[in-house]
Write a protein that binds this ligand. Structure first.
Ligand code: AMP
Ligand code: MG
Length: 507
């Protein structure tokens, strides 16, 4: 009798939370270039979000050796681009787009690599490295991301998520001593982003502009099948898709305006087909309320000024519609119809947010006037947007001069008193209860947002090799509506030096 040959033990199966699929890759090579990342030398951890990891179904020990199975490389190597976990399939996608209103031609993932998607408790999620080296779409760029901008993207993605604003998320940032030249010499980092998909308006524009209707059709079919399945049931699915993207984008813009977020570089290649906030670069949260605020130092004409965002998004949706035209036999009227709900959807969503911020439960016809006049009041004196709303939570009609400290924010007290008298009448109309309203308003008016100076302080410490401030700030921003009295300083007025922080496209 011959002995049965000994077989080596089966490799430890990857945990269920690490089974990769590649639906985007199944579109085929016209859509991307497969290539490995160029990793960071001697990487170290900068920051990580266990909350984001948990959303992937990963346990607290996800950064420890062995997480991806015996013998698999450690997370630090994977998320600095030095190694891959079994099943990952890195690729850079091609897209085009309009930058500052002008056709910019082919762009693409110049420094981002899609790794594949995981099936998580929250549905499929793609993971993407940003800063993992040059790709065929890097043009003049070096394929790198600097520590400064990676920390900004990491903190803001997670902050926006916890504010309830649709966004790509951030799993972690790794860093290294690798020098990177921007306006000054900085060091390289890699941020790992997470989203159901990183497809942009610019992906559609790419195939439309290059006269590739089959690829354009395949892309639309892919997005409909995997991300907008309800549109597949419609009589004209592509028009339904455009309608759905229009709706999500309108809602996203209302949400940005309501939290006082300015993106800074709303090019069509920075617009998510899923209506997510994507590509955090020269963004900023408003300090004093200035509708004309331009957060991107490179945006000389203010195309992407705070108050312009809803209009710009609509412009961008028209570029998307134009790209979809070949799929609907150039039926321009039908495309126009699909776009047409945008203004009403935006203003309804905006009024909804502002009602919540003012603690109003019922909708009344002249609410828009009350809201507009409140914003005008804030704008007239550049009153701090976040602080004014947070203080308004504790304002009471019975003590209009001495509750919550909101009145003290205005030099023109008479103007505030005139408005607050109308507000009081409005509250009375719906028999508003002070305590209930205050509690409700604190869920709609964050105490903590990622002001530039907070990010800047964390970055300066990180550039000295101390990442504790980045992680501390992450913890604060994960609970933006909670009082957190121990972090009062993060909820204060910006220091004078904050006015001189310049953020540009350089990242
Ligand atoms: P952004 O303004 O960051 O959205 O980038 C616009 C385009 O430039 C995209 O195609 C990016 O991938 C690309 N890009 C930006 N920075 C770099 C870089 N350092 N290396 C390569 N490509 C880059
Ligand atoms: Mg971009």
């Amino acid at each position: 009798m011959t002995a049965r040959p000994l077989s080596p033990p089966a490799p430890a199966a990857a945990p269920a939370a690490l089974r990769w699929t590649h639906r985007f890759a199944s579109l085929g090579p016209a859509f991307f270039t497969e290539m490995p990342p160029a990793g960071l030398p001697e990487p170290h951890w900068v920051a990580w979000s266990d909350d984001c990891a948990a959303s992937l179904g990963w346990p607290a020990g996800w950064r420890e050796p062995g997480f991806a199975g015996a013998g698999a490389p450690p997370a630090l190597d994977v998320f600095s681009g030095r190694a891959l976990w079994p099943g990952m399939r890195p690729l850079a996608s091609v897209y085009s787009g309009h930058q500052f209103g002008v056709w910019a031609g082919q762009l693409g993932d110049g420094r981002a690599l899609w790794l594949g998607e995981l099936h998580t408790p929250a549905g499929p999620q793609e993971l993407q490295l940003k800063g993992g080296g040059r790709t065929p779409y890097s043009r003049m760029g070096d394929g790198r991301a600097v520590l400064r901008s990676s920390i900004r993207e990491f903190l803001c993605s997670e902050a926006m998520h916890h504010l309830g604003v649709p966004t790509t998320r951030a799993l972690c940032v790794t860093g290294s001593a690798l020098p990177v030249r921007r306006e000054r010499i900085e060091t390289a980092a890699v941020a790992t982003r997470v989203a159901p998909s990183f497809i942009r308006f610019g992906h559609f524009e790419h195939f439309a502009h290059h006269g590739l209707p089959d690829e354009l059709r395949a892309l639309a079919d892919h997005v409909i099948a995997h991300h907008y399945p309800a549109c597949a049931e419609a009589e004209r699915p592509v028009l339904a898709l455009l309608g759905a993207v229009t709706e999500r984008t309108a809602r996203l813009m209302a949400h940005w305006q309501a939290v006082g977020f300015a993106h800074g570089v709303m090019n069509t290649d920075n617009m998510s087909i899923l209506g997510l906030t994507i590509d955090y670069g020269p963004f900023g949260f408003l300090d004093g309320f200035d509708p004309g605020h331009i957060c991107n130092h490179s945006d000389e004409r203010g195309r992407y000024a705070f108050a312009a965002q809803p209009q710009v998004a609509w412009w961008n949706l028209h570029a998307l519609a134009q790209a979809l035209a070949p799929l609907v036999d150039d039926d321009v009227d039908a495309l126009q119809d699909a776009l047409s709900p945008y203004p009403a959807t935006f203003s309804q969503a905006m009024t909804g947010h502002m009602r919540a911020k003012l603690g109003l439960l019922q909708a009344e016809a002249d609410d828009a006037g009350l809201i507009d006049d409140w914003l005008r009041l804030l704008a007239a004196e550049r009153v701090d947007y976040t602080i004014a709303h947070r203080r308004l939570c504790d304002w009471r009609p019975a003590a209009p001069h001495a509750s919550g400290g909101v009145r003290d924010l205005f030099i023109d007290r008479a103007a505030f008193d005139a408005w607050s008298a109308r507000y009081a009448a409005r509250l009375d109309h719906e028999a508003s209860q002070d305590a209930d309203r205050a509690a409700r308003m604190r869920r709609a008016n964050p105490k903590f947002v990622l002001r530039n100076h907070l990010a800047q302080a964390a970055i300066e410490r990180a550039e000295q090799g101390d990442f504790a401030e980045t992680m501390r700030l992450l913890g604060v921003l994960q609970r933006p509506f909670d009082e957190q009295p121990e972090h009062e300083a993060d909820a204060g007025f910006p220091p004078d030096w904050a006015r001189h922080i310049e953020v540009s496209c350089s990242s």
